[in-house]
Design a protein around this ligand. Structure first.
Ligand code: AMP
Length: 372
């Protein structure tokens, strides 16, 4: 099955997908879409970000909506504001040519709740939300999730590692109606297994893509040996060589992020910072500039960059390898999106080679050295 029509997607959606250059279904789309369209089922999808997950659950959820019923029928929960906005935007674009109107609303923390409460008073079919804000809105009775037929947990492992466990359990409790739950996660830690056991059907379909590797196979992995005082100059040289390419540099701390941005700006590069201490308004501004290609480089902490989907990023640079292995997967997943290739490059100081070796083993990947 090599087209969306063959997977069961109706013509109006196929037309919109074509405009978005989404023509050939990705691996996860091929695996998931026919199952979700054909049967009412729970589903566990083990997939990396950047594999086309959003369309894999987004198109089927749109097909379940009865546009004549002005109640919330689909609920999508995702870890960050940026991801919520991206999902909402994609669903909106998918519906461009359909006859009826499906209303999608995005709600997240960091924005005045009053505005969101007002927006939810309009007919809404699908709500896309971060866990904390959603719970707040449920408890204020600003959103009614009792009629939800389909609940999607996107990047479930990320939501748990961000500390949303309690919120998720409460939300799952609030919606006790007979619903289908579709859970997507890059990894399967015990806490996810617990959600699966307590909140999902034992018959849930399990789908795994990229089975051999935990990391998107279109990414190549590299390291460059250096020393701490040489890192900024080295990064400047890398950026100079790649002046026609865009990428994300990951730092471990907020202060480190701001510091590197300042140093790179002083050297004349167009860079922007993204970290949790910045005001939401500033973060949005930086993301806009980066998406519009006014910035070559985004320097970010792990938390801020979660779920970011920017097209055509050629590389990800690790100022330092992350402490936790799963962050390596998430960081490198910012590149090689939508079937393209990308590079993930780690700066390694003496004594860190073991970390490279551990990462190779844990994730089933191979690093190659770049000598600068
Ligand atoms: P996602 O994994 O859903 O965040 O999608 C990653 C990116 O790939 C998004 O920019 C999508 O628009 C794009 N995309 C999704 N499915 C396809 C496809 N079948 N062909 C080409 N691009 C796609």
């Amino acid at each position: 099955m090599n087209t969306f029509s063959e997977l069961g997607i109706s013509d109006a959606y196929v037309k919109a997908l074509k405009e978005l250059n989404i023509v050939k279904p990705s691996e996860i789309q091929k695996a998931v879409i026919p199952k979700l369209l054909g049967t009412k089922t729970d589903l566990i999808g083990l997939a990396q970000t950047g594999t086309g997950k959003t369309a894999a659950f987004g198109l089927p959820i749109l097909h379940t909506i009865d546009a004549n019923r002005p109640v919330v029928q689909g609920l999508i929960i995702a870890p960050t504001r940026e991801l919520v906005q991206q999902i909402k935007k994609q669903l909106f674009k998918f519906t461009k040519y359909i006859d009826e109107k499906i209303f999608v609303e995005g709600v997240y923390g960091g924005e005045m709740i009053g505005r969101q409460m007002k927006a939810l008073k309009r007919p809404t079919h699908i709500v896309v939300a971060t866990p904390g804000r959603l719970l707040d809105l449920i408890e204020r009775e600003a959103v009614d999730i009792s009629k939800v037929k389909t609940l999607v947990l996107d990047e479930a492992d990320e939501m748990l590692s961000m500390g949303f466990k309690e919120e998720l359990h409460k939300i799952l409790q609030y919606n006790k109606t007979k619903r289908n739950t579709w859970l997507f996660s890059a990894t399967m830690p015990d806490e996810i297994k617990q959600i699966v056991e307590t909140s999902m059907s034992p018959d849930a379909i399990k789908i795994q893509v990229n089975k051999n590797s935990l990391v998107n196979e279109n990414i190549s992995h590299h390291f460059i040996k250096t020393k701490i005082p040489d890192k900024t100059d080295l990064i400047a040289r890398i950026l100079k060589k790649r002046k026609n390419e865009r990428g994300v540099i990951f730092c471990r701390t907020k202060a480190g992020t701001q510091n590197l941005v300042k140093q790179l700006k002083d050297k004349g590069y167009t860079v922007g910072a993204l970290e949790g201490d910045m005001l939401q308004k500033e973060r949005d501004k930086v993301m806009r500039a980066f998406k519009n290609e006014k910035l070559q480089i985004l320097v970010s902490t792990d938390v801020s960059a979660r779920g970011i989907d920017v097209n055509n990023l050629a590389f990800v640079l690790h100022h330092q390898l992350p402490d936790q292995m799963h962050y390596y997967t998430h960081r490198s997943g910012r590149t090689a999106r939508g079937g393209k290739t990308g590079q993930s490059i780690a700066l390694i100081i003496p004594g860190e080679m073991q970390k490279v070796i551990d990462t190779q083993k844990a994730l089933g990947i191979v690093f190659k050295e770049i000598v600068m």
